[in-house]
Design a protein around this ligand. Sequence first.
Ligand code: GLA
Ligand code: ZN
Length: 684
Amino acid sequence: MQSITPYPHMLHGCDYNPEQWRNRPEILDQDIIRMQQANINCASLGIFAWAALEPEEGRYDLDWLEEIMNRLHQRGIYTVLATPSAASPMWLAHKYPETRRVGADRIRILPGGRHNHCYTSPVYREKVRAVNEQLAARFAHHPGLILWHVGNEFQGECHCELCQAAFREWLRERYGTLDALNAAWWTAFWSNTYTDWEQIESPAPHGETAIHGLNLDWKRFCTAQTRSFLDAEIAVLKAANPVIPVTTNFMGFYDGLNYREIAKSLDVISWDSYPLWHSEQSGDESSSAFRADAFSDMCRCMLGKPFLLMENTPSQTNWQPVCRPKTWGFHRLTAVSCLAHGADSVQYFQWRQSRGCAEKFHGAVMTHANRTDTRVFQEVSDLGSTLKRLDALCGAKTVANIAILYDMESHWAVNDAKGPRNQGIGDTDLMLRFYLPFWKAGYAVDFVDAEADFSGYHLLCVPMLYLLRGDTAKRIRDFTLQGGTVILTMHSGVTDAHDLCYMGDTPAEGLAELAGIRFLEIDPLFDGQTETMHIQKAPFPLAESYRLERLCERVAAEGAEVLGVYDTGNPCMPDDLPCLTRHPFGRGTAYYLGGFAEERFFSDFLISLAERLGLLPALDTTLPHGVTAAARQGKDGTVFYFVMNWNREQKSVNLPFPLKDFETGKFYQSKLPLSPYGAKILIR
Ligand code: GLA
Ligand code: ZN
């Protein structure tokens, strides 16, 4: 596997905003020397710098940027160059009101802020094209340029008239006729029938909110429109030099966009990781860590190769409810964990704290004190020196036999539905319940969406695939027929691509037959209410019973073997209603889980199942609580093992085979001691 940028080393970088310091040349001089001291090898420049690049309409000033890029490059620091499109400058927003974003309430925002523009406006697109063309003409062949960073954290919607017109056009292309659209959106309901395309408006709090097909198509359109904006930016950059890869930075579990679609336009995936650290009195950081690692795994799977950790804080994140700095030694742990889950970089927001405005108290490598003898500076440079030695990890792959299907369209639809539970349907939580035990035990997990190829996996977990479209069901069935093991859950195969309920038995499209069950009814629980699943027949060691919450789906077993049954506390109910079933199908097996089980069930069930399937974690040993492990295989065949201790106490791991500390060269025969919040990178 190749390195993901033209610079064949792990990146250690930072967002750098020299435009804020142009009247302080001595600061700019210091910065470059200090970046070197901190073992920084790349800087992300130009993010939100439009006003400095084009101070007046049509007058460009790129000299300062070129000078910085040159000076950085002379000292071995490469540039990740942003296009400035994520924040419209004041002059532009004032002069061209049509470029300003309009909210769902149809109020146009005033100039200012960021992510403040319309993705459709031809004027905005033209202004972006023009400034990007300047950047591309000047820098596309600059020897220091290794990556384009398009915009920043694409997000949000615009409901202006231009966007409404574009939406109608997009719908016309999709449906052809109003009749087809009316049928797809089930508009005979409440006299919602459209008789003219012009009647169609995007969802609004003071307007239409309950045509689910409209809501879903609007979300699809917003992704498509954002992607077309992004594509227009990329076209200009690639025209100047097709060799330089492009990325844009994602925001974790942000669900305003279907990142899988956006990813199709990118060469490299990158994301910005800001978990809430140190909120637990116990000092156990697992619950934030596993979510961050889950998103890293998603990023790794979007293009099937390593990703960049484009931003993380070296200390505090100033927008959390309480902004605790990463405690002593903790930064290295978070960074190593990202590497373990597929990152080929550790980059910071930000190099230097701004003096004013919204982020003046955000963590940075350089604080207002402007000193290098700080703990944070030391930890950052130590990490940088570790990264310098990790060339063999660049491009290293993760081999996963387990996949979790998480599909954004299904997520949108199930959360938009009225009922069965309007206090949070919990599809993402359910997905994370599948992920957590694998993360704890050190099994590699891929995330796939409904369009993915499942054939390479042994175990496919399909939590709450409510919206079932295209040939996904067929591919899940084929996967099982050919010997795969699949786990389906409650509230799956309920609606089609238009979010219209399937008629007939569900889970639809043959998934009921696959699981050997048939849906009867779904009983949601209030927060705090529980039911119980009694295990009747355990195919492998399980507890006698497990708590259920949120959703309890009753099914009839039609061919499936019943492993667990409901205890609802209602004596009128039969006591053999299936909650967990197993059904051989072709050469494989389908499990079905009807109740939203507690975490303990998932760890007992999934780990036993993985063992039964002969799947192996990174380290075949029992890891102490809060200690995780992962592995990546380098291009030269070296396997890197990562062991992370998310506890504030010392732990030790029984090693299944001797390992050598990659950094110190020390050998560990059978016991690996881990310091509090310690992280080790090991090889065999
Ligand atoms: C985001 C943005 C950055 C900065 C950080 C602060 O990730 O991309 O510009 O605002 O948040 O945490
Ligand atoms: Zn708009």
